[in-house]
Write a protein that binds this ligand. Structure first.
Ligand SMILES: NC(=O)c1ccc[n+]([C@@H]2O[C@H](COP(=O)([O-])OP(=O)(O)OC[C@H]3O[C@@H](n4cnc5c(N)ncnc54)[C@H](OP(=O)(O)O)[C@@H]3O)[C@@H](O)[C@H]2O)c1
Length: 376
């Protein structure tokens, strides 16, 4: 199930707080950074905040620049991004600025919360998601029903923590402000709980007046049958590697990456790499990892095409190599067509052996792209 690209955006004090405990919102960003945030808002389809932020800050969440709004309209988009909030209780203030400014609004809530929210008569689409609110159904609904492809999440800490801990954040945009809050009762950016092991990837840093913008990307694969945002990033990389294969009329171009549970890349490979005319992508990647590496048992193999099960060029097909390596999770974009082998079923073979295999069909077109000449 595809989800929007989820971008978490926040400004944080040097001691990790989002706000103080005073009645007014603590301004952490600088004027130039508020303008950067405005630019990011203008680029997305929807902006989400938790009901706690509406209660605490009473934000409007608008694109303030008339030029940016005009550019959105000229591009055929609504003047303002969709505004979204989440609440379990439905405890919303109908006079909050959120409802009376900007464009369309959506409230995701529980069945009970929906009864309460609808009784308030606010001008918003109220979407109940059952007895509890799950982030995956919410993101799927935003993607499918509201057409949201890029979602900016502007807090607060409860919402940021859940999205990051559930592996649903594609990107973090954090601004570090040079001040301290020092009050343990103030809200923190990230709360306690289970985060990815290992390190996130630093994508970018930028000085903006006296604050620093840092952009990070989570790296740890998901677990079991649920795809994490990082799974999509690694599979996209595998598809990009497929485009680097020397061309062939007799074999597919495939890319593969092997990633440890803490997000460390163990190896990558692609078809026919390093002058070997018959090597497969998974084979090339696995050959670079010592077989006794204990991280293989909890690693994920990303491959643009499902691992092969029959092979004339070498004695061991890639599904077998993956099983021998002890890998228990594979993420792929494309099931093997009958071009060279009839009814190949690497996914079925691996699943029968107890390996979790995820097929993320939204990357199939990218996986096929370097193989167009073989598909007719
Ligand atoms: N510095 C910054 O960049 C920044 C940005 C935004 C906010 N903030 C600060 O953050 C603070 C607010 O943060 P917060 O953590 O208290 O609130 P929050 O994350 O904005 O909202 C939490 C509320 O959202 C709803 N919610 C969250 N997860 C849910 C789920 N899975 N299912 C159903 N409802 C869910 C609940 O609403 P109900 O209680 O209604 O059920 C919950 O109480 C404020 O002080 C604000 O100033 C700072």
């Amino acid at each position: 199930m595809p989800y929007p690209h989820v971008l978490l955006s926040a400004a944080v004090s040097l001691d990790g707080y989002l706000d103080d405990t005073g009645p007014d919102r603590l301004l952490l960003s600088s004027p130039a950074d508020f303008d950067r945030v405005d630019e990011v808002r203008a680029s997305v389809d929807a902006i989400l905040v938790g009901a706690g932020t509406i209660r605490a800050d009473n934000p409007r969440l608008l694109v303030n620049s008339p030029e940016r709004r005009a550019a959105r309209v000229a591009a055929g988009r609504p003047e303002y991004p969709l505004k979204v909030t989440v609440t379990a209780t439905g405890d919303l203030d109908p006079d909050a600025k959120f409802w009376h400014t900007g464009g369309e609004k959506t409230v995701y809530t529980t069945d009970e919360g929906a009864r309460r929210a609808r009784a308030l008569g606010i001008a918003a689409d109220v979407v109940p998601l059952g007895a509890g609110l799950g982030w995956r159904p919410l993101l799927a609904h935003l993607y499918d029903v509201r057409g949201v492809r890029r979602l900016m999440v502007e807090g607060g800490g409860t919402v940021h923590t859940q999205l990051l801990q559930q592996g649903l954040a594609d990107e973090l945009q954090l601004v570090l402000a040079p001040l301290f809050v020092g009050d343990p009762k103030a809200p923190r950016l990230f709360g306690p709980g289970g985060y990815q092991a290992g390190r996130l990837r630093l994508l970018d840093t930028r000085r903006i007046e006296d604050v620093v913008l840092m952009r990070y990307e989570p790296t740890a694969p998901g677990t079991g049958g649920s795809a994490a945002a990082a799974d999509r990033h690694w599979l996209r990389l595998a598809c990009e590697l497929a485009a680097h294969c020397p061309p062939s009329r007799t074999a597919f171009s495939v890319g593969a990456v092997v990633v440890a549970a803490d997000g460390t890349e163990l190896a990558r490979g692609h078809s026919r790499e390093a002058g070997d005319p018959v090597v497969h992508a998974e084979e090339a990647a696995l050959a670079k990892i010592p077989p006794a590496d204990p991280r293989l048992a909890t690693a994920t193999v990303y491959t643009s095409l499902e691992p092969c099960t029959h092979r004339a060029s070498r004695p061991h097909p890639c599904a077998e190599l993956i099983l021998r390596a002890g890998v228990r999770r594979v993420v792929t974009a494309w099931r093997e067509p009958d071009t060279f082998v009839t009814a190949a079923d690497g996914t079925g073979t691996l699943r029968e052996a107890g390996v979790e295999v995820l097929v993320l069909g939204e990357y199939e077109a990218q996986a096929k792209a370097p193989n167009g000449h073989l598909l007719g």
